[in-house]
Unconditional design. Structure first.
Length: 169
């Protein structure tokens, strides 16, 4: 009973306008800073190296380099002090925690950019669904050698035997 009440109270304070955050993303965290009676927004730009918690207690650890020193801050995602998260780029990572970046120096510290992968298997529905398969057919036609293209124009289709030698049907 008390767990249901606790969830209801927490549900009211969860932010709904959050972007999809993932480990390895480079983000701008806009933090509200209150100095006396004035309020300003300060931006902390860095790479998400860890995520933890769930619900209202969910946090992200963001790391950046300032004057050749690593600075890490842990931000509660649903805190009212956080104005917004802005994802700058998505990094390609294969780990849940990127603590190994602490030991890296220079260009080794960079993460690869996550790119949309094209489908190697036609019909899998990833990229082909958006293009209708026309790009795959065109790239296949472009990849055919001149001999194959000439034989196709004459109506002869080249065939390979078990050894890999080409012949005509």
């Amino acid at each position: 009973m008390s767990q249901a009440i606790l969830q209801a109270v927490q549900q009211a304070h969860l932010k709904s306008d959050l972007p999809r955050l993932a480990i390895g993303d480079t983000v701008d965290v806009h933090t509200r800073i209150i100095e006396g009676s004035k309020e300003r927004i300060q931006v902390f730009t860095g790479v998400i190296i860890a995520m933890g918690g769930s619900g209202l207690e969910q946090t992200v650890t963001v790391r950046r380099i300032v004057a050749n020193e690593g600075v890490e801050r842990i931000f509660p995602i649903h805190s009212p002090r956080i104005a917004r998260f802005e994802v700058k780029r998505h990094g390609h990572v294969r780990r849940a925690k990127l603590y190994y970046l602490r030991d890296r120096v220079g260009k080794k510290r960079r993460l690869g950019d996550q790119r949309r992968k094209t489908s190697k298997h036609p019909g899998s529905g990833r990229e082909e669904a958006a293009t209708g398969g026309a790009d795959v057919e065109q790239s296949m036609a472009d990849a055919v050698s001149p001999d194959h293209a000439q034989a196709a124009e004459q109506g002869d289709t080249p065939v390979q035997d078990e050894v890999g030698r080409e012949g005509k049907k």
